[in-house]
Design a protein around this ligand. Structure first.
Ligand code: C2E
Ligand code: MG
Ligand code: MG
Length: 688
């Protein structure tokens, strides 16, 4: 059904109005017609709104078409205005048409009326649609122009047809510089060919492509953008344009990169950290038939750190890295895997001796000392090598195996390297088992002290005993300290174990005294870590107090390595022990640094000559001379001398003549359990 036309008619003659109405009906138009005769009524009706058409007589008694047209022109709607009248001069018609009237019909020739109305309505519709489209386009254009995102439109070959101001601001290129060119998003320096092909591939398939590009601004600055390339197609599906929008994500990228660096690189040296190194190892294994992982550890680094401070330690590490790096080629990359441990991934190896040659170069690089501030520091390194695929195909296995090879190299005296062999793993596993066992040993009460008599060289009387730790392992039986003390030292377990030893020794002294051993003392062995760890003095003091013991019955034995950390702090610890009344003994003298200055500087009371000097008496004249010299020197410093490892009567005679004060060794007794020791000592009482 045709819609009802709302017609506003300017007409004073009712008959004419009727005629018009009929004419419209005849032409098939339904009209809702309102007739007005004055400007006021006309204006009022117009303002009511909703009109489709104005038909106006030319001349009315109080109104006319030109006046009505003027009013309509003020009305914001596009309203067809058709004038109906008797004869009017041609020039007036032209004036009216110019003023905006849409048509002019003679009242006595209304045949054109309906077609004219229909034409006008059609044109109004077209005009309205065009206006709407124009305004939408304007809005879109404004949006694109003002978009915070760079927008580029290219033709179907990728040649730029349009860029928005954000594009110009971001890249520094003006519109005129890029129009007609291939955009940098397709051909930028940093855009890989792969990416370029990928974009076209997607576009040709009619798909959108999204991704990140690294580009250059006009001033050369590198920036990152997140790019969407969308194909624009015509009605028949042909590619006409590409719409490319690009968001500058440089800040985000920089933040991401920072986070990545923090998570993957070591701050101090700038090297990849352990995770990234393992990652790179994995990549190297993928592209290599043969590869190797070398782990390098700085010898005695802890000592440098402890004695010269962390700042110097850091400098040492930096120089170590420089030296290692200077030995590497492009197929070899280094990472820092822990404090003083580095790993070198050797990829695409032709022969195993490449890794060996590299290690040789690195070891050589450390043949000269490092100079830091005023310190001249000799640093050596140890290394372990695991080879792919022979020693493992997984990064983590290669890593574990090269570390096993490294510990072997360390054990063998440092400043060297070792290839991994399969039995190292057994050892490593065994050590691991032993370590966890040792942890349990403390809780499960599997540790015990044995005692070895210390005899007065003059009287032959047992005046004291050295306590020596044993581990009664539930499966392995009695384990000797040489097998687990080094492990305890490495794992830090030595501190709680050492504490137990002191407490247990004090309890035993109390028991010995209760039995009536008289003025009898016991020595305990302590490791350097115990001295440095800070709680030794408190532990000793506490244990003596708990057992109500005088400090003079306790002797603390330590090797000279304690003094390696020759600091005021170490001195203070030893002085504190001495102040408690506890005596200090230097153990195994003659095997280590044997520095007289330590003996003078620290409050030692006793010197124990290592059994290697006693062993070959009386055959080895050198050893005999040396032990005599040690006795004399110790006496000159007012130290008592104990000879360790005395096994024969000849040795006793010689040492006694040399003035040795005390003797200890298998000749008298091996270290024995507490109960046995008590029997042994009581038997001595009976024998004499
Ligand atoms: P050390 O303190 O020098 O102890 C003397 C070692 O020499 C003992 O070995 C003892 O059994 C052995 N020995 C004594 N007389 C003779 C002899 O006539 N001939 C021979 N061939 N050997 C003799 P042990 O008990 O196996 O202890 C080994 C080392 O373990 C000790 O050497 C000491 O450094 C360490 N150690 C023992 N107990 C402890 C402890 O409680 N704490 C710490 N930190 N170390 C300990
Ligand atoms: Mg000892
Ligand atoms: Mg000793």
């Amino acid at each position: 059904m045709a819609p009802v036309l709302k017609v506003l008619l300017v007409e004073d003659n009712e008959d004419d109005a009727e005629l018009l109405y009929l004419e419209l009906r005849r032409g098939g138009l339904k009209a809702d017609m309102v007739r007005v005769e004055t400007a006021e009524d006309f204006t009022a009706e117009l303002n009511q709104g909703g009109w489709d058409l104005v038909l106006s007589d030319y001349n009315l008694p109080n109104f006319n078409a030109p006046a009505a047209l003027e009013i309509v022109n003020h009305y914001e709607k596009d309203l067809p205005f058709i004038i109906l009248s008797g004869a009017v001069a041609a020039k007036d018609v032209v004036t009216l048409l110019k003023a905006g009237a849409h048509d002019f019909l003679e009242k006595n020739d209304l045949a054109r009326l309906v077609p004219a109305i229909e034409r006008e309505l059609r044109e109004v519709k077209m005009r309205t649609e065009r206006k709407r489209a124009e305004s939408t386009l304007k809005k879109l254009f404004r949006a694109v122009q003002q978009s915070p995102v760079s927008v580029m439109i290219t033709d179907n070959k990728g040649r730029v047809e349009y860029v928005n101001p954000t594009y110009e601001a971001t890249t520094g290129y003006s519109r005129s510089e890029v129009l007609g060119n291939l955009p940098d998003v397709m051909a930028g320096d940093f855009v890989s060919l792969d990416q370029n092909a990928e974009v076209w591939d997607a576009v040709n398939k009619g798909k959108e492509w999204r991704g990140e590009f690294c580009n250059n601004r006009k001033n050369g600055e590198v920036f990152w953008e997140y790019v969407t390339v969308a194909p624009i197609r015509d009605e028949v599906g042909g590619l006409t344009n590409l719409l490319i929008s690009k968001e500058d994500i440089t800040y985000r990228k920089e933040a991401e990169e920072k986070i990545y660096r923090q998570a993957n690189f070591d701050d101090l040296t700038g090297l990849p950290n352990r995770d990234l190194t393992l990652d790179r190892l994995g990549q190297a294994l993928e592209r290599s038939d043969h590869a190797a992982l070398i782990v390098v550890d700085v010898d005695n680094f802890k000592k440098v750190n402890d004695s010269l401070g962390h700042a110097v330690g850091d400098e040492v590490l930096k120089i170590v890295v420089e030296r290692i790096n200077s030995c590497l080629d492009q197929r070899q990359t280094a990472g820092r895997v822990s404090g003083d441990e580095f790993a070198i991934v050797v990829s695409e190896m032709n022969a195993v001796n490449e890794a060996e040659a590299l290690i040789g170069r690195i070891l050589d690089a450390f043949s000269t000392s490092l100079e830091i501030d005023d310190h001249e520091i000799f640093t050596t390194i140890s290394a372990g090598i695991a080879v792919y695929p022979e020693d493992g195909v997984e990064p983590s296995i290669l890593f574990r195996n090269s570390e096993a090879a490294l510990s072997k190299a360390k054990e063998e005296g440092r400043n060297g390297f070792n290839f991994f062999t399969s039995h190292m793993n057994d050892r490593a596993e065994e050590r691991l088992l032993l370590e966890s066992g040792l942890r349990r040993a403390l809780e499960n009460d599997e540790l015990c002290l044995f005692f070895q008599p210390i005899v007065d060289a003059k009287t032959g009387q047992i005046i004291g005993a050295e306590s020596l730790i044993r581990w009664a392992h539930p499966n392995k039986g009695l384990i000797f300290p040489d097998e687990f003390i080094p492990l305890a030292e490495e794992s830090g377990l030595i501190v709680p174990i050492g504490k137990w030893v002191i407490e247990e020794a004090c309890k035993c002294i109390k028991d010995f005294h209760a039995i009536g051993f008289g003025d009898f003392y016991v020595t305990v062995n302590v490791s350097p870590q115990q001295v440095w760890s800070g709680t030794l003095v408190e532990t000793v003091e506490q244990s003596l107090k708990e057992n109500n013991l005088s400090a003079k019955y306790l002797v603390v034995e330590m090797t000279e390595s304690v003094c390696l950390n020759d600091s005021d702090e170490t001195l203070k610890k030893l002085q504190d022990l001495n102040d408690l009344g506890v005596k200090l003994a230097v153990d195994d003298f003659g095997t280590g640094y044997s520095s007289l200055s330590y003996l003078k500087r620290y409050p030692f009371h006793t010197l124990k000559i290592d059994r290697t000097f006693v062993r070959d008496i009386p055959e080895d004249k050198d050893d005999m001379a040396l032990s005599n010299a040690m006795i004399a020197m110790a006496h000159s410093l007012s130290l008592k001398v104990v000879a360790e490892g005395v096994e024969t009567a000849d040795q006793i005679t010689f040492l006694r003549e040399g003035g040795c004060d005390l003797l200890q060794g298998y000749y008298y007794s091996k270290p024995i359990a507490k109960a046995d020791f008590i029997k042994f000592k009581l038997a001595e009482g009976k024998a004499s």
